[in-house]
Design a protein around this ligand. Sequence first.
Ligand SMILES: [Zn+2]
Length: 173
Amino acid sequence: MIEKASRVKCPDMKTSTSDDERYMAAALELARTAAAAGEVPVGAVIVSGGSIVATGANAPIATHDPTAHAEILALRQAGQALGTYRLADATLYVTLEPCAMCAAAIVHARLKRVVFGAWDPRQGAVDSVFQLLYSADLNHRVDAFGGVLHDQCSAQLKTFFKQRRGLDSLSGV
Ligand SMILES: [Zn+2]
């Protein structure tokens, strides 16, 4: 279901760094905690000033909150940690390409950069379905880069959905 896009559509996707892999590994760890709680495994961290200032693990089921995506939770926490809603020097790392809601929130936060792991061909709003971070109509543009630790991020999601399908068939759903 989550396949790497055949080509990157974003015009300004910058190259990744070794730090990117380190922070994506931290996001993968958060995604694992989401999976353990029965949530779709997506994890996010926000880095500012060279350290992680906020984390998020996907939690819409547990919180009864459709907006409780990993990115939104991390953005809220980063705002509290930094004492501002404008996170201009921050980079968000997330294991799955952000959806339209999260991409819009990222623009509102004035984030400097977004790095994601797996592409989401059905809902991705950075590159796959929409390119919201690159809209000429927005007065803020966010650098984005996809595919960091892609194989691990993609495998984690595939394993989760495979296991869930197995459980569904057992319970007759
Ligand atoms: Zn989202």
